[in-house]
Design a binder for this molecule. Structure first.
Ligand SMILES: *Cc1c(COP(=O)(O)O)cnc(C)c1O
Length: 371
């Protein structure tokens, strides 16, 4: 089976991990955590980095730290991972959804303004699958209506929007270092901001709101989480940030190979290589089956699996999630592009350990299935 993702580690990861073991610094107080926070923030071009235990944790802490609460609405894409919506729901606020563009998978920014109400407090932008949200119009809206921007860059480490890296655009921006992300620490995440107060709040909430006064350590003024990152995870992350350009180059090489090899399959849309504002980074390699073709994504994925090719379905839109519908959210709402993307879309193997030989095998299987 060719897995949909396989990470690739180097000697540096080993060296740093051994240093953790030999020095005994395996918890969250180690030097690698601080160094990873600093190096990652400086790579993206932000002042402060707060490392946490996952991208989901980063979203929860970020939403709380910017002060989203039960009276607020947050505008966000329906075509995304549940972590985004659940971070909003968990503070008692209301997610307000926007459909995805059918070819770039990102939220249709022209649909945002009509969703703004008196209660809107923030816009959550999420860069999807390898291309960024068109950020500039969103920033203009945020300025015009006095809204915060929460940016989810989990899938966009190293991706540029108009020559600036994703993760530069939010009042808070979050990242994930889950095993299939460009930097993979097993589990892990990071919050970036230029606002010292927000950064301090993030540190407070990730660490159970312990008092900073040592004498009052176990006296708590608020409720937080234990979402700390360990030194072991940071050691692995630090090794990878040091060779991030090689990682990005490899992902783009995989994407371009597939673009060439799959171009002659008439029944599918391949990912958009370029927009006016960005060049695809191919976090995953998404395929969308065209309408005229008789099979949907589920059937094609099954056929590929039988030929030894692992795949993943696209996101199931937030407005269709049973858990949210049971809470009375999004009832009767429809976002046709996102619904159809779920029916027609899937992604094929593209982890950084993927070899040319494996790419050729995937391509052969794709040609056979769509013959
Ligand atoms: C992966 C991902 C997350 C969640 O990150 P975890 O580390 O898996 O919790 C959040 N948002 C987006 C867009 C993601 O792709």
């Amino acid at each position: 089976m060719i897995p949909v993702n396989e990470p690739l580690f180097g000697e540096k990861e080993k060296e740093y991990l051994i240093r953790c073991i030999e020095t005994g610094w395996i918890g969250s107080d180690g030097q690698f955590v601080k160094e990873f926070e600093e190096k990652f923030a400086s790579y993206i071009g932000r002042k402060y980095g707060v490392a946490v235990s996952s991208g989901t944790a980063a979203l929860e802490v970020a939403v709380k730290a910017v002060g989203i609460s039960s009276e607020d609405e947050v505008i966000m894409p329906t075509f995304t991972i549940i972590s985004c919506a659940q971070a909003i729901v968990k503070v008692g606020a209301k997610p307000v959804l926007v459909d995805a563009d059918y070819r770039t998978f990102n939220m249709i920014v022209n649909d945002i303004e009509k969703k703004i109400t008196e209660k809107t407090k923030a816009i959550m932008i999420v860069h999807i699958y390898g291309l960024p949200v068109d950020v500039e119009p969103v920033r203009n809206l945020a300025k015009k209506y006095g809204l915060l921007i929460i940016e989810d860059s989990a899938e966009a480490i190293g991706l540029e929007y108009k020559e600036k890296l994703c993760g530069s655009f939010g009042d808070v921006s979050v990242f994930s270092f889950y095993t299939n992300k460009h930097i993979a620490t097993g589990e892990g995440g990071m919050i970036l901001t230029d606002d010292e107060e927000i950064a301090e709040k993030c540190k407070y909430y990730r660490n159970l709101c312990f008092s900073t006064d040592p004498a009052l350590r176990f006296v708590h003024e608020d409720i937080g989480w234990n979402y700390r990152m360990t030194n072991l995870q940071a050691a692995v992350g630090l090794a990878q940030i040091e060779r991030i350009s090689d990682i990005i180059q490899k992902k783009r090489w995989i994407g371009r190979k597939y673009n060439e090899l799959l171009l002659d399959i008439p029944h599918v849309y391949l990912p958009v290589e370029k927009t006016d504002y960005a060049e695809n980074i191919y976090w995953v390699y998404p395929i969308v089956i065209k309408d005229e073709y008789e099979k949907d994504a589920k059937e094609v994925m099954k056929a590929l699996r039988q030929m030894g090719i692992d795949t993943r379905p696209f996101f199931y839109p937030m407005h269709k999630q049973p858990v949210f519908n049971r809470m009375g959210l999004f009832l009767g709402e429809h976002y046709p592009n996102s619904e159809k993307l779920y029916e027609k879309g899937f992604y094929i193997p593209s982890g950084i350990a993927l070899t040319e030989e494996q790419i050729l095998k995937v391509s052969e299987a794709m040609h056979e299935v769509f013959k």
